[in-house]
Design a protein around this ligand. Structure first.
Ligand code: IPE
Ligand code: IPE
Ligand code: MG
Length: 250
């Protein structure tokens, strides 16, 4: 593959419902096949040299879906968390869950705690699953915890609140910002995903529905990323100069 490999890829896995509908099947079938695709993409990502992968599985807004769809997704999640323990060991993958866990059923919270603890030592792919995740909720929780910690003296009241401090209170603390964000199924919006973390992320939108998004699709997205020029507010000339300086010093 030519070009740079993103260290962290975030995915909004969208289109399970439309994929199922296109096959004359119920939406839940799309979620089942979508869940099956998760491991395939995790392995492909690691084989390509991606170190962090973060998938959006259930948003704070998804509770507004019909009750039977929400229950079916929660059941799929239960079985996914069980298989994930095995595949994480096999693939040496560290799993973390982003989002507000207390609204999830107690048995799901327990499985998450077990999975996070069990995989803590694994040093292959860092895989984050965003569950009951909403970026505004995450930022609001972070601000409230900063206030609590200032009130209780854990944080020094005279120290200013910095970007680093806020980042360290987010669910993604310690995880680098995404380099590339992929959204499947044609929609071009963030849907409350990683708003803080995606300040300088490259976006890639693809029409393919999530259950059909395989290794070759990920490869295309990564190739595309490899040809982007990330300027971070600087000029294109500065970036060329910096990269030639970098090469000269190697
Ligand atoms: C993504 O697929 C999975 C979740 C949001 C849980 P959708 O269920 O949003 O599929 P579409 O967008 O309705 O096709
Ligand atoms: C975003 O997808 C949430 C997840 C992928 C989990 P949605 O399908 O819920 O997003 P909207 O409602 O179309 O923006
Ligand atoms: Mg959708």
């Amino acid at each position: 593959m030519s070009g740079a490999i993103p260290r962290h890829v975030a995915i909004i896995l969208d289109g399970n419902g439309r994929w199922a509908k296109s096959k004359g099947m119920p939406r839940v079938y799309g979620h089942t096949m979508g869940a099956k695709n998760v491991e395939t993409v995790c392995r492909a990502a690691w084989n390509m040299g991606i170190q962090y992968l973060t998938m959006y599985a259930f948003s704070t807004e998804n509770w507004n879906r019909p009750g039977d769809e929400v229950s079916a997704i929660m059941d799929l999640l239960r079985s996914y968390l069980k298989t994930c323990k095995k595949t994480a060991k096999k693939n040496n993958m560290r799993v973390r869950v982003l989002g507000e866990k207390s609204r999830l059923a107690p048995d799901i919270q327990e499985s998450i705690a077990v999975l996070e603890e069990y995989t803590r030592q694994f040093d292959g792919l860092n895989f984050q699953i965003a569950l009951n995740y909403g970026s505004r909720d995450e930022i609001t929780r972070a601000v409230n915890r900063i206030i609590e910690d200032r009130d209780s003296g854990v944080l020094d009241r005279n120290e200013p609140v910095t970007e680093e401090l806020i980042a360290s209170y987010l669910d993604t603390a310690g995880i680098p910002d995404p380099d590339l964000l992929i959204r499947t199924s044609g929609e071009q919006r963030l849907s409350n995903y990683l708003l803080w973390q995606c300040a300088y992320t490259e976006f890639y939108f693809v029409d393919i529905h999530w259950p059909d998004f395989r290794e070759n699709e990920l490869r295309k997205a990564v190739e595309d990323y490899g040809h982007r020029s990330r300027r971070y507010g600087k000029t294109g000339e500065q970036i060329v100069e910096e990269s030639s300086e970098g090469q000269a010093s190697v």
